[in-house]
Design a protein around this ligand. Structure first.
Ligand SMILES: Nc1ncnc2c1ncn2[C@@H]1O[C@H](COP(=O)(O)OP(=O)(O)OP(=O)(O)O)[C@@H](O)[C@H]1O
Ligand SMILES: [Mg+2]
Length: 296
């Protein structure tokens, strides 16, 4: 952590990634590092969630160690945005690793690739790069990858803070500033995480649907060019959906409004026409039926 590894300060400006050497030597092995991710993702509202995450990452004493939180919640509710935006607000290099059911343990750690003259080049994953550089790794949708992958991270997620790459034959110790979190989705295409791993992925930070004012600010922040009336319809629709347990999320709202804005611009539709059409094409007939009760 560049400012202070113990008490990071929050800033709203994402950091410039410092230039860093693309290659490091670890135990005599040359490792090619990944680049940090740079997105303009802002977190709006629910500041207590940011605080829950920064508290988990805080180190209060030299005998203390950071926790490895798990960000959970419904699809599209803002889990990845929360993790990424909090890490960049702390001024840290941030590395996203998208887990999938095809992720192999070596993808998480070090992959060998054939370089010039048939030489093997070892490429560090975003996770291992974050460990070496002292950045944050957000392992996104962590429960899409299987148990073997998690097993390879077990020593990283406890007091040992290292990983072992069998392929490169090296043990990599995490930089003291390294921080980790994972996001997890609750849908059918996920694995159950074994208990010994779950116990290392604590605390759980639950991202709930935002309240009305916050939802409006989130939509406005993502779509500052959208018509106010359009935003109003969308917020009303989403709030009703949250209350009745329908799974529509902020992401759905952003998609609908974004498309409606395009329809208005291209085809000269009115706000109501564009909103209804976008709703139908993005959320389907059910979405339109549910909007029946909205103030249109
Ligand atoms: N509090 C928020 N502040 C700013 N943007 C938000 C917020 N919540 C959601 N969003 C926006 O909603 C969209 C979905 O967010 P995100 O991808 O983080 O959700 P997720 O929970 O990770 O989704 P998934 O379950 O599909 O992984 C993004 O465009 C994001 O910018
Ligand atoms: Mg996500």
């Amino acid at each position: 952590m560049p400012k202070s590894s113990q008490h990071p300060t929050l800033s709203s400006v994402p950091p410039e990634p410092p230039p860093h050497p693309p290659v490091v030597m670890i135990e005599g092995v040359e490792l090619h590092l990944a680049h940090p991710d740079r997105f303009t993702l802002h977190w709006v509202g629910q500041e207590e969630l940011v605080k829950q995450l920064t508290a988990a990452w805080l180190v209060v004493d030299e005998d203390d160690q950071p926790l490895n939180p798990r960000v959970v919640g419904a699809p599209g509710v803002g889990k990845t945005t929360l993790a990424y935006a909090t890490a960049t607000r702390l001024g840290m290099e941030t590395y996203l690793f998208q887990a999938t059911m095809d992720t192999r343990p070596e993808d998480l750690l070090i992959t060998p690739v054939i370089a010039e003259n048939q030489r093997i080049k070892y490429v560090a994953s975003p996770l291992v790069t974050a460990m070496i550089r002292g950045g944050v790794c957000v392992l996104d949708e962590g429960n899409r990858m299987g148990e073997k992958c998690w097993a390879s991270l077990a020593p990283l997620l406890d007091a040992r803070r290292y990983v072992e790459s069998v392929i490169a034959g090296v043990k990599i110790k995490a930089h003291p500033a390294f921080r980790f979190c994972t996001t997890m989705n609750e849908d059918a295409s996920t694995f159950d995480i074994p208990e010994y791993i779950q116990s290392r992925l604590q605390p759980q930070i639950f991202v709930d649907f935002p309240g009305e004012g916050e939802e409006r600010r989130i939509l406005k922040d993502n779509l500052p060019f959208a018509d106010e009336a359009l935003l109003g319809y969308m917020v009303e629709f989403l709030q009703r959906a949250h209350q009745t347990g329908e799974p529509y999320s902020v992401r759905d709202g952003i998609n609908v409004v974004r498309y409606a804005v395009k329809l208005m611009k291209q085809d000269g539709l009115t706000v109501v026409e564009a909103w209804r059409m976008a709703l139908g094409m993005i959320l389907g007939r059910k979405g339109v039926e549910e909007a029946g009760g909205a103030s249109l």
